[in-house]
Design a protein around this ligand. Structure first.
Ligand code: AMP
Ligand code: MN
Ligand code: MN
Ligand code: MN
Length: 288
């Protein structure tokens, strides 16, 4: 075995600016307390937390990269592309994300209507109340409402029973295109990374197409070690990273203390034979 890359980088997590429950400042403090050395906040389709994250990170002695997690539709499935080292003030990126967020309002109404049809009332108001950002009402906020109102015991149960394809609160949605998302990230000076690849329900052919098209668009990285991968999935995507010549990323995908199995920074190391994504982003890292 190669010796691992011993840097506690956590380059994927969410604040109350998207579907996390902690403010960016609380996340930075928690990351520092957990021994994280390099940190990025990657809210879904939103940059509004980045300046707060930067200030709090530098305050807490963390090295910091700007980040975002962009929702993309590829082969009929939702894929998440993380952008790291972006300029958080890039106007084209902000405009693209705003356009993507704008579809969430109608989607939330449709999700609530689907839930009302099976007797769950007040879901739109319940989800909105739980969203820290009115432009970012997500399925996670519906899930928290259904747990709080006693319909389910956990957010995972809500997703399984109500919010995935074939269930009453599922609403098909078209997000940004893969090429579009990668271009926004690159034009904003960042590196595009495929998030948690083991979580997509692709056939081998579709997955191969995802990686091939991603690289063709200029995507450069893949999450190998993430809170959403098992040990065997991490090994599998370490091989994929080598096969496609991709940089490797590491991130917890932490959302909330009560919900997330993986806390900030509490992850295995990256395998040593892989090139860590942060080595390509040295010029974008800010330190106190
Ligand atoms: P949305 O962008 O509104 O479709 O919401 C997607 C978010 O839902 C993801 O970023 C996760 O935070 C959360 N999520 C997706 N699947 C599950 C699941 N099975 N259990 C818990 N949370 C999930
Ligand atoms: Mn999320
Ligand atoms: Mn994701
Ligand atoms: Mn995420």
């Amino acid at each position: 075995m190669d010796s691992p890359v011993v840097l506690n980088a956590d380059l994927h997590c969410h604040s109350s600016v998207s579907d996390g429950t902690l403010e960016p400042e609380a996340l930075a403090a928690r990351a520092a307390a957990n021994g994280v050395e390099l940190w990025a906040l990657t809210d879904h389709d939103e940059l509004a937390g980045q300046h707060r994250a930067r200030a709090a990170a530098l305050d807490a002695g963390l090295a910091w990269l700007a980040g975002v997690e962009i929702s993309v539709t590829f082969a009929g499935e939702t894929v998440h592309i993380v952008g790291l080292g972006i300029d958080p003030d890039d106007e084209a990126l902000a405009a693209g994300l705003a356009a993507s967020r704008s579809g969430r309002e109608q989607r939330a109404r449709d999700i609530a209507a689907g839930l009302a049809a099976v007797g769950i009332r007040g879901a739109l108001e319940g989800a909105r109340q739980r969203a820290g950002n009115p432009e970012l009402v997500s399925r996670t906020h519906f899930a928290r409402f259904l747990v709080d109102s006693g319909h389910c015991a956990s957010t995972h149960e809500v997703f399984r029973r109500y919010l995935v394809a074939g269930k009453p609160g599922y609403v098909p949605h078209r997000w940004a295109g893969l090429g579009e998302a990668v271009r926004w990230i690159r034009a904003a000076g960042g590196v595009a990374v495929i998030a948690h690849p083991a979580r997509y329900r692709f056939t081998p052919t579709e997955e191969y197409a995802l990686f091939t098209e991603f690289v063709a668009h200029g995507g450069r990285g893949v999450e190998v070690v993430t809170g959403s991968h098992s040990e065997s999935e991490a090994i599998r995507y370490a091989e994929t990273a080598e096969e496609f010549g991709l940089l490797a990323s590491r991130g917890s995908d932490f959302h909330a203390p009560a919900e997330s199995r993986t806390d900030l920074g509490a992850l295995p190391w990256l395998p040593g034979r892989l090139a860590p994504v942060w080595e390509a982003l040295e010029h974008r890292i800010e330190r106190a």
